[in-house]
Design a protein around this ligand. Structure first.
Ligand code: MLC
Ligand code: AMP
Length: 501
């Protein structure tokens, strides 16, 4: 059965699944809403038959209801980033060839023009769906686990992001391994502050909690003060975030009085589990968080294409600072040298096999084939070494992939956009190491001859084309870019330019 999460939810009908916008929602009422939405999406059809349903829905009960509705109706869920400017939204909608979009009402003005192209796209508003006449409940399609369930967009070494397709079986495997490793239980309560168009928030927080009858508390934005107060709720047991969030929480708590910081520590100590992932957790952050909360953060390693793969131990064994741990249940890991041969005791590319690994890049046969070895190992592009039984991530094989605030960013994609600006002759984008953000997006830009660029106008132009987290934070105006004999920009030489700007 594909819609297992919904089927399982029936067992917990009277338990609280979601707290959002000041209200508690039981599993039973979310199932009811999801069935109603599914009926509306289906219309006359018996099965959405893997139609893509994009949804731009606030992190709250509506998000869960829409996600479940798409799944039980047989569609593919395509969550949209809530802060994308129109060109980024349009790209995802067109690339997936979405048939439907479901949106919280506030996003309708942004989405309506995007639905008016040659291809008809039906736009549903949440309020419209809520008020539409209740149809008699339709019998829902019986689906196979091998059907496609979700497409998430991820940046790569090519210009534009690729859609990562996971099946219901992949999602089930991604959830079940974390349940086993991190001992999720129905009495858990977690807090979701992460965006819901990436695996970290979708799978590790929302799906994992709702799979076992636990409660997910949604908080729509990240604000350190409010998040600390929510974390102090005694019944809250599990928290997951990216290193930037822990950095920001530490900065906030360090600014408080000793008495208040002590009170917070007392409250945080009672939590069952605190996890960090999506980017390297600096040892200094791990140590400071221990001082502040009494918790050694559990660091784990994952990727949109594979879900989670490697994790420090939950109970038995040490959580080693600077290491990501051991393979999770069902995950096979090997390290491979440049010649494609497996190596031991030396750094190599992490390759992954297992039921959680994605099916394909959406409509990109070649990219899919290139990302797997002939014998079915997924090539992550991350380099690691195995030391004393624990994996340590050393970096990425491509300098063109950055991680900032836990978001994966393609330098090439940003360069392509920058080059479209009329005053820009050429440019190169690199990541500059930063304690808070992991890396800062930095751009070296050559202006066209006799051209002035007004920084404010330029920034505004960029904000209309790129999400905030992809905007270069430091810009260096240069006369030329360092190149090797082949004419390729030597990006490593550029990085020092961004010191002390
Ligand atoms: C925002 N700002 C940045 C920035 N992003 N500055 C530098 N670098 C960045 N990347 C600036 C804004 O311009 C703004 O400045 C200020 O920070 C606040 O902006 P915001 O958008 O309100 O930021 P905030 O809400 O504080 O966001 C920080 C964050 C967010 C850490 C909460 O980045 C986030 O949610 N990250 C999580 C991403 C994630 O889920 N990744 C998982 C991918 S899955 P000003 O001057 O305008 O005030 C994956 C697999 C796996 O990786 O293993 O999990
Ligand atoms: P994404 O494509 O957004 O899913 O990002 C996945 C990438 O995040 C991985 O390929 C790694 O480069 C990085 N990543 C995730 N977790 C960690 C971690 N614990 N340490 C270092 N890098 C990480």
């Amino acid at each position: 059965m594909c819609y297992e999460i919904v089927k399982r939810a029936k067992r917990y009908k009277d338990q609280v699944a979601v707290y959002s916008e000041g209200e508690a929602w039981k599993y039973g009422s979310i199932i009811h809403r999801a069935q109603h939405f599914a009926t509306l999406l289906l219309g006359q059809k018996e099965d959405l038959a893997e139609a893509r349903v994009a949804f731009m829905v606030n992190p709250a009960v509506d998000y869960v209801s829409v996600q479940w509705a798409i799944w039980i109706a047989g569609g593919i869920a395509v969550p949209l980033c809530l802060t994308y400017p129109p060109p980024s939204l349009d790209y995802v909608i067109q690339d997936t060839a979405a048939d439907f979009i479901v949106a919280s009402d506030e996003y309708l003005p942004l989405l309506e023009p995007l639905c008016q192209g040659e291809r008809p796209i039906r736009l549903f508003s949440i309020s419209g769906m809520m008020h539409s006449r209740m149809f008699p409940e339709k019998s829902l399609p019986v689906l196979n686990l091998s059907r496609k369930a979700m497409i998430l967009y991820t940046s790569g070494t090519t210009n534009l992001p690729k859609g990562v397709v996971t099946t219901h079986a992949n999602i089930k495997a991604q959830i079940e391994m974390l349940h086993k490793a991190w001992k999720w239980e129905g009495k858990d309560r977690t807090l979701c502050v992460l965006p819901l168009h990436h695996v970290h928030g979708i799978i590790n927080v929302v799906c994992c909690s709702l799979w076992v009858g636990a409660t997910c508390i949604f908080f729509p934005r990240f604000d350190p003060k409010e998040v600390v107060e929510l974390l102090e709720i005694p019944s809250l047991t599990v928290f997951m975030a990216v290193p930037t969030i822990y950095y920001k929480l530490i900065t906030y708590i360090e600014g408080l009085s000793d008495r208040r910081a002590g009170e917070i520590k007392g409250n945080l100590l009672k939590k069952r589990l605190m996890v960090s992932g999506s980017a390297a957790l600096p040892v200094s952050v791990m140590e400071k968080w221990y001082e502040i909360s009494g918790h050694w953060l559990l660091e784990r390693y994952g990727m949109t294409e594979i879900g989670m793969a490697i994790s420090n131990p939950y109970r038995r064994g040490k959580r080693k600072p600077g290491f990501v741990g051991l393979p999770l249940p069902t995950v096979e890991i090997r390290l491979v040298a440049e010649d494609g041969k497996e190596i031991k005791g030396e750094p190599g590319e992490i390759q992954v096999k297992g039921p959680a690994v994605f099916q394909e890049y959406w409509r990109r046969k070649e990219a899919t084939e290139e990302s797997f070895t002939e014998d079915g190992w997924f090539k992550t592009g991350d380099t690691a070494v195995l030391l004393d039984g624990y994996y340590k991530i050393l970096g990425r094989t491509s300098i063109d992939i950055l991680k900032s605030g836990g978001y994966k960013i393609s330098a090439i994609e940003i360069e392509e956009v920058l080059r479209q600006y009329e005053g820009v002759d050429d440019c190169s984008v690199v990541g500059f190491p930063d304690d808070e953000w992991g890396e800062l997006v930095c751009a070296a830009i050559i202006r066209k001859e006799n051209t002035m660029i007004n920084p404010d106008v330029f920034l505004q132009w960029l904000l209309e084309r790129l999400p905030k987290y992809k905007i270069p934070r430091r810009i260096k105006w240069v006369d030329n870019l360092p190149r090797n004999a082949m004419g390729k920009v030597t990006k490593k030489d550029l990085i020092p330019l961004f010191e002390n700007i």
